[in-house]
Design a protein around this ligand. Sequence first.
Ligand SMILES: Cc1cc2nc3c(=O)[nH]c(=O)nc-3n(C[C@H](O)[C@H](O)[C@H](O)COP(=O)(O)O)c2cc1C
Length: 173
Amino acid sequence: MWDFFETIRHRHSIRQYQTDMPVEEEKLHAILETACSAPSAGDLQAYRITVVRDAGLRQALSQAASQQTFIADAPVCLVFSAEGDRSAGKYGERGRELYAVQDATIAAAYAQLAVVAAGMGSTWVGFFDEAEVSRIAQLDSGLRPIALLCIGYPAELPDATPRRRLDEIVTRL
Ligand SMILES: Cc1cc2nc3c(=O)[nH]c(=O)nc-3n(C[C@H](O)[C@H](O)[C@H](O)COP(=O)(O)O)c2cc1C
C-alpha cells in the first residue's frame, strides 16, 4: 500500500485500459466508500454516484462525450451528479448552484485517489453533453451530471504532465 504522497504522485490520467481485466467489486466498493467519506457542505452529501458497467451504456456515454473512446474501453464508468435540491433545502440557491457541485466534485476527487491506491487508473471526463449523459445514466430529474470517472487497470504508463509554478498560483499575505 502506497503512502498518501506516493498515491498523489502516481495518479495520472489513464486513457488506455486493459479491457480484459474487470474492476473487482470489493475494490469498487472501497472506492465508493472513499468517495462518500469526502467532506460536504453541512454534511449533506448532495450528490449521487451511478456505477455504469454495462458495455452498451459505456459506449453511449463515450458518444455523449464527443467520442472519447476510452470511456467505452474502461470497464467501469462512475457518473457523479450534483443533487441541487438536497443542498438548496438548507442553503438556498448557493447550495443548489455551488455547494452541490462542490460536494460532487470533491467526492469524485477522493474516488480518483482511491482508484490509484487500489492499483488502477482513471480519467476524469468533464467534456460531455449533460442532457445525453442524464438520459443514458437514467438520472432522476434534478440531478446534474458533473463528472464521469473511467476506471480500470492501465494499459499505459503516462509521464507526469507539467504543472504551473507555485509562485504563479500561490499568494502569500
Ligand atoms: C474538470 C476536468 C475536466 C476534464 N475533462 C476531461 C475530458 O473531457 N477528457 C479527458 O481526456 N480528460 C479530461 N480531464 C483530465 C485532464 O485533462 C487531466 O487531469 C490533466 O491534463 C492533467 O493530467 P493528469 O490527470 O495526468 O495529471 C479533465 C479533468 C478535469 C479536472
